[in-house]
Write a new protein. Structure first.
Length: 210
């Protein structure tokens, strides 16, 4: 006589928000590399989907431009700071890094579309990198957190010279993307962290005495 097997239910634990955030950053970075590989095989034709100032078709570049690069050297130069700064933001969770990225992309992309010279094409993740750095540097001013202030000082010390140099007008460099990406990072810090700093803290409730 055989007895039926007892199977234990499969339980799946949700991923930690920090791990989800790190995976999101790595997924965006992986997409950049996949796009560049495809683009290089197609004679860089995908680059036409970058931000083209004051052209309606160029608005689609607000979404596409961060994933497009002129060549692998351009991509490599953006990959390391994107990963490092993105992972630091991801330690606050996947939702936080997604919101920061979206705000930086929209503010940086629209600003570039509005003020950059006509007949130019703007691509690359450097605007997002500048936005990440500006967010990390400025968020402590809004969150009033000593930890955030300390992180901001470290980021400023490591990337400060690079950030300042990226704002100098140069041929072939989208300093407008850098500038408005940085502004987008400050806007993200203001919108996301100042609200938490102003939120009233609940007083602890003690158990009633028996």
């Amino acid at each position: 006589m055989s007895t039926p097997r007892q199977t234990s239910p499969i339980t799946t634990e949700p991923l930690d928000p920090r791990r989800q955030g790190v995976l999101l950053v790595l997924a965006m970075l992986a997409l950049m590399w996949v796009v560049e590989i495809v683009d290089s095989l197609d004679s860089q034709r995908l680059d036409r989907f970058g931000i083209e100032p004051r052209q309606l078709d160029g608005l689609e570049g607000i979404v596409a431009a961060p994933f497009l690069h002129a060549n692998f050297g351009h991509l490599i130069g953006n990959s390391v700071p994107f990963a490092v700064l993105g992972v630091v933001i991801a330690l606050s969770g996947a939702i936080r890094v997604a919101l920061v990225t979206a705000i930086v992309a929209v503010v940086g992309g629209l600003g570039t579309w509005l003020v950059a010279p006509s007949n130019t094409l703007h691509i690359g993740a450097s605007g997002i990198v500048f936005g990440f750095a500006a967010y990390l540097i400025s968020r402590g001013l809004f969150s009033r957190s000593w930890l955030h202030l300390g992180v901001g000082i470290v980021v400023g010390f490591i990337y400060g010279t690079t950030l300042a140099g990226g704002l100098i007008p140069q041929d072939g460099i989208s300093w407008q993307g850098h500038l408005f990406g940085g502004i987008g990072g400050i806007v993200a810090a203001r919108l996301l962290d100042s609200r938490e700093a102003k939120a009233p803290r609940r007083a602890p409730v003690a158990d009633p005495l028996l």
